[in-house]
Design a protein around this ligand. Sequence first.
Ligand SMILES: NC(=O)c1ccc[n+]([C@@H]2O[C@H](COP(=O)([O-])OP(=O)(O)OC[C@H]3O[C@@H](n4cnc5c(N)ncnc54)[C@H](OP(=O)(O)O)[C@@H]3O)[C@@H](O)[C@H]2O)c1
Length: 223
Amino acid sequence: MRITVNVAMSIDGKIASSLREQLVISGPSDFDRVDLLRAQCDAVMVGVQTILADDPKLLIHDEKLSSNRRDGGESAHPARILVDSLGRTPNNAQVMGKDARTIILLSGAAEEERIQELNGLGVTTIVSGEKRVDMENAMTLLKEEGIKNILVEGGGELIFTLIEKDLVDELTVYIAPMIIGGRGAPTLADGEGFVDRFPRFSLMKVQESDEGVVLYFKKILNK
Ligand SMILES: NC(=O)c1ccc[n+]([C@@H]2O[C@H](COP(=O)([O-])OP(=O)(O)OC[C@H]3O[C@@H](n4cnc5c(N)ncnc54)[C@H](OP(=O)(O)O)[C@@H]3O)[C@@H](O)[C@H]2O)c1
C-alpha cells in the first residue's frame, strides 16, 4: 500500500479557520496539481469531519485526466474512502453520488442497521477496529478491495493517526502566503500530538506555485 498525504495550509500551518468551514487556501495551479494526484491514485481518503465541514465530491475535475484513466481500463474517478466510525456521513453528502465508488471505513461501534442502510445506498462498508477505525487493519482490508495507492486529503485528525501509525509514504504540502491563526483551527496533524517521538520526513523538492510554495516530503526509511 502506498499512502500520499496532500494538504493546503497557511504559513502558520492551519488547514482551515477556527470556524472549521471550507476555506480556499490554494490557487488554480495547485488545484491542477491535486487533480493530477487524484488521477494517479486508486482512492482518495478523508475523515468524516472533512465531509461534514466541506461536503466535497472528491472527483477529478479535468475531463481529459478522467478519459485517460478510462482508456487505461480504470474507472473515470478514484474511489472515495471515508473514515467514519459510526457512519455519520449524511446520505445526501456529495461523496455519496454515483460518479465514483464510495467506501466507508466504520468501526465496531457502528449500528448494524446503519451499515445495512449504507450498503443499500451502494456504498462498500468495511468494519475495522472497535471504537474508532483501526487504520492499520483497514489498509489490509482495502488491499483486498484492489486499493493499492491512496491519496489522503485530510483532515488533521486522520493525518495525525496515519503519521502516528507510520503509514505515510509521501507528504506534499502547499503553503499559501497567509496567516489563519486561532488555537482551535485545524492543522496538518492534530490528534493527541507527539511529545517524545517526533516523526521526521525527508524534503525531496521545493516548488513555487501560485503565490505560495509546494513542499514534497518522503518517509525516511530504516528509522
Ligand atoms: N486545507 C486542506 O487541505 C484541508 C483538507 C481537508 C480538510 N480540511 C479541513 O479540516 C477540517 C476537518 O479536519 P478534522 O481534523 O477536524 O477531521 P478529519 O480528519 O476530517 O476527520 C476526523 C474524524 O475521523 C473519524 N475517525 C475514525 N477513526 C479515526 C482514526 N483512527 N483516526 C482519526 N480519525 C478517525 C473520527 O470521527 P468518528 O469517531 O465519528 O468516526 C474523527 O473525528 C475541516 O475544517 C476541513 O475544512 C482542510
